[in-house]
Design a protein around this ligand. Structure first.
Ligand SMILES: [Mg+2]
Length: 348
């Protein structure tokens, strides 16, 4: 097996800010990702992507440093569990790098089986059923309203809160999209259970909020989360709270649902495990993303059948996607008409 990788800078349509960035001076306009290609002596080939997040202390440098240590001879399209077990011996963590390799392994294996990944995994993909939300990042109320207007054809919004201007920002978005369903993501910004409950009660009065993601820091004790879960008038979801299936029992106690991301768990294989562990405990499931090209977004779409909610809009937030894959029209994700019929169903 041969492994090559390259950095690619995704260009953002709008400067991107979440509450985590506010202390460090704000948003960013490019997002470096890393593409991995695997090929073997039999002519099989796979493509993957990792999108590192500063939120998890990852960068394209950490991804490159990990990949340089990988002995590609230990990877095989015929043994994905064994290949992933080998990657865990290279170094712990490094989930964006492991994600990129995992996607490439599954892409190659499913292509060799002449199947799309969703069939290779036995999941299927129901056309017309999977709707993604579209995320409005933190900004001034005026800009958030403009972004909301630009997203008029997308049926569900996800809105970032957790800035000092939350009430103004929410009023601006709601004013630009009266009655549209909104998901809220506070990115751990509300410091105590009392502050979180007060904010959730305010949001619940709107009548069209689907749920609130990561209202509080994941470090808060279970007792605080259970207090909030028992009182919250809206479902609460864990994202920073749910790193892997090892957190499933804690999340079942603390929240109503979880947000799984492929770069957070280390790929499709681990993402599938995290979604199935959550479902087995009665949690609602959501599949989210970082700023990503169509490679990672398509990879996520192959797991759509395991989710209640999708937030796979990373490729809609960029202007220079180097690949094509799953299509999103009016929020509905579809592989219909996509040229590539096997593997991740991505191409140039
Ligand atoms: Mg989130």
């Amino acid at each position: 097996m041969q492994l090559t990788f390259r950095r690619f800078d995704l260009a953002l349509r709008h400067s991107w800010t979440i509450s985590h960035d506010l202390g460090s001076g704000g948003g960013k306009s490019i997002c470096p990702v890393v593409f991995v290609e695997l090929s073997d002596a039999q002519g099989r080939h796979g493509l993957g992507e990792g999108s590192p997040s500063s939120q998890y202390h990852e960068s394209h440098e950490t991804v490159a440093a990990f990949l340089q240590r990988v002995d590609a001879r230990r990877l095989s399209f015929d043994d994905i569990p064994g290949s992933m077990a080998y990657l865990d011996t290279v170094a712990p963590g490094n989930y964006p790098a492991k994600c990129a390799v995992n996607l490439a392994l599954l892409d190659g294996a499913a292509k060799a089986a002449v199947q799309p990944v969703y069939e290779f995994l036995g999941l299927g993909f129901t056309e017309g059923r999977h709707v993604t939300s579209f995320t409005i990042g933190l900004d001034t109320p005026e800009t958030m309203a403009r972004k909301t207007t630009e997203a008029a054809d997308l049926p569900v919004l996800k809105m970032k809160l957790g800035s000092p201007r939350d009430r103004d920002n929410f009023a601006a978005v709601r004013g630009a999209a009266p009655g549209k369903p909104i998901r809220v993501d506070a990115n751990a910004a509300w410091a105590t259970k009392e502050i979180a409950l007060a904010n959730i009660e305010w949001l619940a009065a709107d009548g069209n909020i689907q749920f609130v993601e990561q209202p509080m820091p994941p470090e808060l004790p279970d007792a605080d989360w259970m207090w909030l879960k028992a009182r919250s008038p809206l479902p609460i979801f864990g994202d920073e709270l749910y790193q892997s299936l090892a957190d499933a029992d804690r999340c079942a106690r603390c929240v109503h649902g979880v947000n799984v991301k492929l770069v957070k768990t280390g790929g499709i294989t681990a993402g599938q495990g995290a979604l199935e562990a959550a479902r087995a405990r009665g949690l609602k499931t959501m599949l989210g993303c970082m700023i990503e090209s169509s490679v990672l977004i398509s990879a996520g779409a192959h797991l759509a059948e395991l989710t209640d909610y999708l937030d796979l809009d990373g490729n809609l937030l960029i202007t220079n996607d180097p690949y094509a894959g799953v299509r999103t029209e009016g929020g509905v994700m579809s592989f219909a008409g996509v040229n590539a019929g096997t593997g991740l169903r991505t191409g140039l």
